[in-house]
Ligand binder design. Structure first.
Ligand code: ZN
Ligand code: ZN
Length: 547
């Protein structure tokens, strides 16, 4: 009988253990990271950074964004809502507001004021995000007792992951070199943030030299250092190491220069460790959540391109930042008490000129005012004296709706004819793959395949434009012979890492197709809480079942 009771006790105890939730979740986003980097730079990584996630956690090798545009704001919103811009409403970093007739930023909120810097970029909140986030759901499920903190160099990288109910979000103000917040979250910076700012680490980095972490001869995974595809900073003859920040800072925007180097990651990693301690994360009864978005890989990636030694060095150094952060989590929260996931908000295209020089199709498509002017001039023949195209953003054209408000017989403009003319004109241009009108997109289902489906899932009827186009593979909007960007529906932009590691996660990997929207529902199942309100993704069963 006694033996039986002990057995029951053991059983109950083990069941309770199995149900125990992690004390802390750390959601890491690397801004502009390809899945490919994990393999290409693997030999240069240490054992305890990226490799710790790859070898001791669960790795998806075929995870993709399932919409366009693959930009930073939409990416962060999609990771944490398990949804796409059609539903969460973050259709770009910026877009055209039809009613206000101005361009708006995804996190700007004129009702808020900066906290921690008078002049800083602090009129910011998540108010344009239409879905709850996984971080919101954690808050709701715990009667707001879980702590949620979001940090990044970019404001949107901190604000969107942290959600509507966050205790705080902090981002880097490149005017003052401080981490700041907004009145949406706090009335004053907490002491630990003030103390961190007082260290003036940014200033220290600005007086340093950026040289390669390893001897430069070892960067065999990248192209030559002196490359014609890299954008030079002001004051340098060639885009080559070492970069003396002290000498270059004045001509290149001071802290704006610093965040274009791996020192931006160093700074954020130190801030993450300060947040762990300062907020006592993972020390309470409820699961806490820290979101960390490393922005510098994106800023440097745009300038130098994915084949540069500069980008390789950023990843080798980020690997060491991760190692240090994981060690800190081991000692502060306990090795078996936390769960980490790591992903990216998009990947990146090759520098188009480098493709052309290799006889691979690609190019730079002229956008912005030049394209609008060209289209409006073309439309003059049909609609004299009328300026039809009001703006273009995110591969979409916005019509001046006022022109269609009246009777087409008196206004002289028929929406269908105008749409048809523009569609055909764009379709005939070199570099344009497909053009869709708003009405065509409305007929598309959310789960539609191909480029149209990618656009539909990224298209919000209230916020998006009247015509959407997708460029051919290898083409980017704007730019020149140096530098590159992201935003397309193609795999070089969509295929990003998804790695889970820590409490409740078994070792493994899967090449099954998954989308970025699957991260949030996976966390919901692991934490046994509601899915975010706009969630369209599915839990990654391989991770949950440990297969
Ligand atoms: Zn980004
Ligand atoms: Zn970018």
């Amino acid at each position: 009988m006694k033996k039986f009771a002990v057995l029951i006790c053991l059983f109950v105890h083990q069941a309770l253990l199995a149900q125990e939730k992690p004390k802390l979740i750390v959601g890491i986003v690397v801004d502009q990271m390809r899945q490919e980097y994990l393999y290409r730079f693997e030999r240069k990584f240490g054992e305890s950074g990226f490799k710790r996630l790859m070898s001791q956690g669960f790795m998806l090798t075929n995870a993709h964004y399932n919409y366009v545009p693959t930009y930073t704001g939409p990416g962060h919103a999609s990771i944490f809502t398990g949804s796409t811009p059609a539903i969460h409403g973050i259709i770009g970093n910026d877009w055209w507001d039809r009613s206000l007739k101005i361009s708006v930023n995804c996190v700007e909120d004129a009702r808020q004021k900066p906290i921690g810097s008078v002049e800083g970029n602090g009129d910011v909140s998540p108010w344009r995000l239409l879905s709850t986030t996984i971080t919101d759901e954690l808050k709701l499920s715990s009667q707001k007792k879980s702590k949620v903190i979001g940090i990044s160099i970019k404001d949107r990288g901190a604000v969107l992951p942290a959600g509507h109910l966050a205790d705080a979000a902090y981002w880097f103000d490149s005017k003052t070199g401080k981490f700041i917040s907004s009145t949406y979250y706090v009335n004053a910076l907490p002491t630990w943030v003030e103390n961190f700012n007082a260290l003036k680490l940014g200033e220290t980095y600005l007086n340093k030299e950026w040289n390669t972490f390893l001897p430069i001869s070892q960067y065999t995974e990248s192209g030559p250092d002196d490359s014609p595809y890299e954008q030079k900073w002001k004051g340098v003859d060639k885009p080559i190491f070492p970069y003396d920040l002290k000498r270059l800072k004045d001509a290149n925007g001071n802290y704006d220069l610093m965040i274009q180097t791996p020192f931006g990651d160093d700074l954020l990693a130190s801030f993450a460790e300060a947040a762990l301690k300062g907020e006592n994360l993972g020390k309470g009864d409820q699961t806490d959540f820290l979101t960390v978005s490393f922005s510098s890989p994106d800023i440097i990636g745009h300038r130098m391109g994915p084949n540069s030694i500069e980008v390789e060095d950023v990843y080798i150094r980020l690997d060491r930042n991760l190692e240090s952060l994981f060690n800190k989590l081991d000692s502060e929260v306990g090795k078996s008490n936390y769960l980490v996931f790591l992903t990216a908000d998009h990947a990146v295209a090759e520098v188009p000129q480098s493709l052309k020089d290799d006889r691979i199709p690609g190019g730079n498509f002229v956008e912005g005012k030049a394209m609008r002017d060209e289209l409006n001039t073309f439309l003059q023949k049909q609609f004299p004296g009328k300026k039809l195209i009001e703006y273009d953003y995110n591969n979409q054209l916005y019509f001046n709706q006022d022109l269609f408000a009246g009777d087409p017989r008196t206004s002289g403009i028929d929406l269908l004819i105008a749409t048809d003319l523009i569609t055909n004109y764009l379709q005939s241009k070199e570099g344009v793959a497909q053009v869709f009108s708003k009405s065509t997109l409305k007929q598309g289902g959310y789960n539609e395949a191909g480029i149209k489906g990618m656009i539909v899932r990224g298209y919000n009827y209230k916020r998006s434009g009247d015509i959407a186009y997708e460029l051919e593979p290898g083409w980017i909007g704007g730019g020149g012979p140096q530098g590159t960007t992201h935003g397309s529906s193609f795999s070089y932009d969509t295929n990003v890492p998804i790695l889970f590691y820590g409490k409740g996660i078994q070792k493994g990997s899967s090449a099954k197709y998954h989308t970025i929207t699957d991260i949030a529902p996976t966390l919901s199942v692991l934490l046994r809480i509601k899915f975010p309100s706009g969630c369209t993704g599915q839990p990654i069963t391989e991770i949950i079942d440990g297969k």
